[in-house]
Write a protein that binds this ligand. Structure first.
Ligand code: ZN
Length: 190
């Protein structure tokens, strides 16, 4: 799923009635599995000025980058985090890890040949789903439509349930960034 979609879906599932304090941790948890990818893209594109096709056909597949990405999508690491948060009675930590887990569960059936090693570092196995959240060769158009629908419903739920003006503003900002993301994707990648 696209990152802004994770933010809104996780907020709707885990945090619609929560205080902004825990909503913040849910958002960080929703962001973390994709954060290494943003850092990678920033370093490659902005700092190293690598051409777009080299970024995705070569550098993205380097072992060191792959280990970095997959550490943040690893179910064993997230479970470890949950246990630590639970043992130390940290509700914030529990929300953060539950949100990371929800992100990984959401991604699991929607990646065809770009899935993560969700059992890293114990296994290099990747689930190759017949369905992709973006690839038109694997029902990407239908899934993207479904994602937009789910995001819209999530945004309405969070907007209506949340008492905090800050959260409502956040929903609007993420909604706009979600639309801009599609604009950028069409501009650069199509
Ligand atoms: Zn993801």
């Amino acid at each position: 799923m696209n990152t802004p979609a994770h933010l809104l879906v996780n907020l709707a599932v885990l945090g619609r009635d929560e205080s902004p304090r825990y909503q913040f941790h849910i958002l960080i948890g929703a962001l973390l599995p994709d954060a290494p990818m943003f850092l990678f893209y920033f370093i490659e594109k902005v700092i190293r000025k690598i051409p777009e096709h080299v970024i995705w056909s070569h550098d993205y597949h380097l072992g060191s980058w792959q280990n970095f990405f997959d550490s943040f999508n690893s179910i064993p690491f997230i479970i470890l985090g949950l246990v630590i948060a639970w043992k130390s009675h940290s509700r914030a930590g529990q929300f953060l890890c539950m949100s990371m887990m929800l992100h990984v569960i959401g991604d699991f059936p929607l990646h065809h040949d770009d899935g993560h090693r969700h059992f890293f570092p114990f296994s290099d196995w990747r689930f190759e789903s017949p369905v992709s959240y973006w690839d038109p060769l694997h029902y990407g158009h239908i899934v993207t439509g479904g994602e937009v629908f789910v995001v819209l419903i999530s945004a309405i739920i969070v907007f209506r349930c949340s008492m905090s003006a800050l959260t409502r503003w956040f929903v609007v900002i993420v909604g706009v960034s979600y639309i801009s993301f599609f604009g950028y994707a069409l501009w650069v990648w199509v």
